[in-house]
Design a protein around this ligand. Sequence first.
Ligand SMILES: [Zn+2]
Length: 129
Amino acid sequence: MGYTRLPISANMVPPMCFCGDPCKMEKSDKEDTYRRRYWMCANWAFDPPQKAFIRGELEPPPLCDFEEWIDTEVKLEDRAFLEGCKEFDREIKRRIALRKKEEEERKAKIEEAHTRIATLNKVEREIKL
Ligand SMILES: [Zn+2]
């Protein structure tokens, strides 16, 4: 998840979190909840540099994992996009497998040719003897 706050429209009221601050909006990047918006604790993803803690300028954020879904379903266009990605992935894998198979077949043919030449050489030597 990114740490950039998504713009909240005027008619959206962020719920109050367990820790007393209004929540921030995030979007899921997981496959089964792809791009679904949700409220989450604004302090949870608060991620200042470690040296700020060391200098004593900041208190570590409370471990609050408040989360609440805004969207209940993955949008059609997002689902389509995800399907497109998966299709692309399958196609890449298919092509890699195909190329590997072709390479193996090519090697087998070369191997076979070598064996044939070796056999011919052997026969030739036997004729000469
Ligand atoms: Zn909180």
